[in-house]
Design a protein around this ligand. Structure first.
Ligand code: AMP
Length: 440
């Protein structure tokens, strides 16, 4: 018997899931699906990539499919970003028609008029970002009296983005006679508080983030900051990586890196908050359609992106918040598939690396490429000296000299590597100076 049917899902949706290639329910689906079908409120701690969308959408669709007399919209799904809302909506479009149900997507940056027309058709499911939903409330194009199911997806992110007042307003408009589901990647005090307000006797489902990333091979390369663009380019070329999602902390780094890769002949674009919504959606779609080989994205712009079968992600730098590291690498190795996450750590990143290792509760594999060995050796020596130095103040001359030393030594190492590279035929794996695992 189909495993989804065993969990209580209808044959129709179970078949549709099977067609999507969902052979078995993921852990979050196994735990959440029966609870939702029983009508329980739910607090789910799960990452994007765990299959959480299916975990709430399938049972909700099944439930409303069986209650034809509902006033519409009966389901309200809130997401923090437009990209995430779009992805959620794409799932609605896949599954809802099997049960003769329909949906509307209410996000900013696109025509509100078209959305109003869609709402006039009284869809059962509304997927929205808080800002645009409230625009519709103000323009009286949506009513909440029919809402029976309320989902807050990536609630922690919504709070981070300052949506709490909007959420409170939306909650005050929804009928109390409803089933509420709260999904969050982390269980912070704020999420606890929100859960207390929103949920009634909820079932708590927690999917261990560390286990989720277990299927992802993680390698950290020590790379000097200035060498990162070249290292990235070589990594992509020498490993013949078909598609790479690259993360940066800052918008300007993302823009700079995309420009630099474009000059090297890559099909590449950057996804960050300075781009218009329409541009962001277009870029994201074009990466999904494989028209772009490289997508450079900031943490905020990339949150929740769902790209199927993405084999490699690269952390061009390490995020300030170690949870963002898990979100970033969660873009690969999705729903059980194997993934590979490379991180570039310069000497500035070492304390961030420790924070990530603490969160993951394990040491990561750190590789210093041969070409940079001298450079980091000098830095490590300097650090050790500093740590063990009983004398806090050195004379000015020595400090300046030791500051310049690593650059000189690095130049030498760099030249050595260049010589080696020039001697070998270009493009092949042999021409690569860094040790990389085989990429399949
Ligand atoms: P989500 O965590 O909802 O963003 O889902 C991440 C990815 O996993 C999406 O591409 C889904 O299509 C896929 N997915 C969801 N459920 C399953 C499943 N049971 N088996 C395989 N893939 C799944």
């Amino acid at each position: 018997m189909n495993k989804f049917v065993e969990l209580g899902l209808s044959d129709l949706l179970a078949k549709k899931a099977h067609i999507q290639g969902w052979r078995e329910p993921t852990p979050i689906q196994q735990k959440a699906l029966p609870a939702i079908l029983q009508g329980r409120d739910l607090l789910a701690i799960a990452q994007t990539g765990s299959g959480k969308t299916g975990a709430f959408l399938l049972p909700i669709l099944d439930a409303i499919g069986k209650k034809p007399a509902l006033q519409n919209p009966a389901v309200l799904i809130l997401a923090p970003t437009r990209e995430l809302a779009l992805q959620l909506y794409q799932n609605v479009e896949i599954f809802a028609p099997s049960l003769s149900l329909s949906g509307a997507l209410l996000i900013g940056g696109v025509s509100i008029l078209r959305q109003k027309e869609k709402l006039m058709e009284r869809p059962e499911v509304v997927v929205a970002t808080p800002g645009r939903l409230l625009d519709h409330v103000r323009q009286k194009s949506i009513g909440f009296s029919g809402i029976r199911y309320l989902v807050l997806d990536e609630a922690d992110r919504m709070l981070d983005m300052g949506f709490l007042p909007d959420i409170k307003k939306i909650l005050s408009l929804c009928p109390t006679n409803r089933q509420s589901l709260l999904f969050s990647a982390t269980l912070s005090d704020e999420i606890h508080l929100l859960a207390q307000k929103l949920l009634s006797k909820p079932v708590l489902v927690e999917i261990n983030a560390n286990r989720d990333v277990a299927s992802i091979r993680q390698v950290v390369y020590r790379v000097p900051e200035s060498e990162k663009p070249r290292f990235l380019r070589d990594l992509i070329v020498d490993n013949a990586l078909e598609q790479v999602l690259v993360f940066t902390r800052q918008k300007r780094t993302a823009a700079f890196l995309a420009d630099s890769l474009k000059k090297d002949g890559f099909t590449v674009d950057a996804l960050h908050g300075d781009k218009t919504q329409a541009a962001r959606l277009k870029i994201f779609q074009s990466f999904k359609d494989r028209h772009l080989r490289v997508l450079v994205a900031t943490d905020l712009a990339s949150r929740g992106l769902d790209i199927k079968e993405l084999p490699v992600v690269v952390n061009y730098d390490l995020p300030l918040d170690p949870h963002d590291y898990i979100h970033r690498i969660g873009r690969t190795g999705r729903a059980g598939a194997e993934g590979l996450a490379y991180s570039f750590a310069s000497d500035k990143d070492s304390y961030r690396l420790s924070a990530i290792e603490k969160l993951l509760k394990k040491k990561l594999e750190v590789v210093t490429p041969e070409v940079f060995e001298d450079f980091f050796e000098t830095i490590d020596e300097k650090k050790k000296l500093k740590e063990h130095s009983a004398q806090p103040f050195k004379d000015k001359k020595t400090t300046l000299k030791s500051r310049r030393a690593p650059i000189k030594r690095f130049d030498k190492a760099h030249d050595k590597a260049k010589e080696k590279r020039d001697r070998k035929p270009s493009g092949g794996k042999d021409s690569f100076d860094y040790i990389l695992p085989e990429f399949e």
